[in-house]
Design a protein around this ligand. Structure first.
Ligand code: PLP
Length: 502
């Protein structure tokens, strides 16, 4: 490029990235919207998931696109290459990991949020008020006092990390934010159960405390933290000069959906002066169901709760959330003054506190909008009923497993998660194959976990679309593939998903 052309490009022109023809983009947009509504409406006609061919995968490798491509052509690649190979969690047969199903309402709200393109780091505008309203609704749901604070984040992994950071600041005072952990920081000790999610150990690592500073306490027969063992571990650590500062209890463990004795842990934390955090990634929203809420008793005493609206709340990804009882403590862990973020008494820079005072992010999207639409459109009673229904389906699956001599239940069913397996010699290998067979068949998508050293087929029922027939199809598929695998046969699986816009 010569110096002249470089200068030419710096001349102001009227060119923008807006479409030259608004009617054309409107027609294309309506088509996309219709297609995606059809996609959700007809989701049962599709396989839950299908693997990508090498040829498809290669279509995602190309040079940086310096020249423009027609919107219609890019959209065609989306319909042909992306849609048939999506995760599958919109489908009622998806029961792997813990994935929410999303709703059309949430999808539409995402579109509106993208149109407004609001930045929720701070400033004085209505989108911030929407997020504040959800903070207040969540505060009410968990019986937290006025003065509690909350913030949307990516997911519970981030919310748990932030809770550790808030508790760390509360334990060590302001110096930890200026000087780092120092000698005092190296003595901090945290506790959770052996059944807790791996992101707790990762949070300790990222917070600079080290995952070795996390005591993983034994669980009882129902996979709940052993509170007596927790009490002794705290006493032992104090006796050797360490500084216990936080206990992370689980409201719904990832493996089997166990709920720790939250009231027991709350009481222990109160007498020991420890921060009581609850990882309620999916289970905390069971508060929305009057039948299930009593199982969470004690959660109202937590110092902080991490949860995901994108799991049992059915809000589209991502919509994690952290609620903190004492908003001052929360703010002290993250607020940092900066001249360019000055608060005013009038104008767009008015209002305080800003969300950027409560977490590591400055620029933040409008996750609150899809959550606001979801909570208001369905009402929390209906969302709670969907949660209760998932638990009823899990009990149906449990009964089916207990009634089939070829199947074995591997853990008590607490909420919505059923762990079982096909009986076989070399059961770990066979059940691993069965799960892959079921996934590749497009019939259902369970996942696996290890329980007491045994590989389990794990079905977590989260999607509001899942029904009895989906659970029965999973059982039938496991039996079919299990019998074939035990007989040494490799199931023949051929499926093809319809394109989105044929
Ligand atoms: C899903 C889950 C997490 C992690 O949440 P993300 O939203 O995936 O970051 C943590 N704990 C439990 C119990 C979970 O189920």
């Amino acid at each position: 490029m010569t110096a002249t052309t470089r200068t030419d490009r710096l001349q102001p022109t009227d060119e923008t990235l807006d479409p030259p023809d608004w009617d054309e983009v409107r027609a294309q947009g309506h088509r996309m919207l219709d297609d995606m509504i059809d996609y959700v409406a007809d989701i049962r006609d599709r396989p839950v998931w299908q693997p990508m061919s090498q040829a498809t995968r290669r279509r995602f490798r190309s040079e940086l696109p310096r020249a423009p491509t027609d919107l219609a052509e890019v959209y065609r690649d989306f319909t042909d290459l992306v849609v048939p190979h999506a995760t599958g969690n919109v489908h009622p047969g998806f029961m792997g990991w813990v994935h929410g199903g999303g709703t059309v309402v949430g999808m539409l709200a995402e579109m509106l949020a993208a149109g407004l393109n609001a930045n929720l780091g701070g400033r004085d505008h209505a989108p911030i008020e929407i997020e504040r309203q959800i903070v207040d609704w969540t505060r009410q749901l968990f019986g937290f006092p006025q003065g509690a604070s909350g913030i949307f984040v990516t997911g519970t992994s981030m919310a748990n990390l932030m809770a550790v950071l808030v508790a760390r600041r509360a334990a060590l005072g302001a110096t930890v934010r200026r000087e780092g952990l120092g000698e005092a920081g190296r003595r901090l000790r945290a506790y959770t159960s052996k059944a807790a999610h791996g992101c707790i150990a990762k949070a300790m690592d990222i917070a600079g405390l080290g995952s070795d500073a996390l005591g993983c306490i034994a669980v009882d027969h129902a996979h709940r933290i052993d509170v007596a063992e927790l009490r002794s571990a705290i006493a032992r650590d104090r006796a050797s000069g360490l500084h216990p500062f936080i206990v992370v209890a689980s409201a719904g463990t990832v493996d089997v959906g166990a709920i720790d004795d939250l009231a027991g842990v709350a009481e222990l934390c109160r007498t020991e002066g420890l921060w009581f955090h609850v990882d309620g990634a999916f289970g905390a929203l069971a508060m929305l169901s009057p039948e299930l809420a009593p199982r969470l008793v004690g959660i109202e005493c937590a110092d902080s709760i991490a949860l995901d609206f994108h799991k049992w709340g059915q809000v589209p990804y991502d919509a994690g959330f952290l609620l903190v009882r004492d908003g001052v403590r929360h703010r002290e862990a993250f607020a940092s003054p900066a001249a360019y973020l000055r608060r005013e008494t009038r104008g767009l820079a008015a209002g305080t506190d800003w969300p950027c005072d409560f977490g590591p992010d400055l620029s933040r999207g409008f996750r609150a909008l899809k959550t606001w639409f979801t909570l208001r459109t369905f009402g929390t009673d209906r969302l709670g009923a969907a949660i209760a229904r998932a638990c009823a389906l899990a009990r149906h699956l449990e009964a089916r497993v207990l009634a089939e001599p070829e199947l074995q239940l591997l853990a008590p069913v607490n909420l919505n998660i059923v762990c079982f397996r096909f009986r076989a010699d070399d059961a770990d290998a066979i059940n691993g194959e069965i799960v892959a067979d079921v996934q590749e068949s497009g019939i259902a998508a369970p996942s696996t976990t290890m329980l007491d050293g045994r590989l389990a087929i794990r079905a977590a029922i989260v999607n509001h679309r899942t029904q009895l027939r989906d659970v029965d199809r999973l059982v039938a598929a496991v039996l079919t593939f299990g019998r074939q695998r035990v007989a040494g046969l490799t199931p023949l699986i051929e499926i093809e998903a319809p394109s989105l816009a044929p």
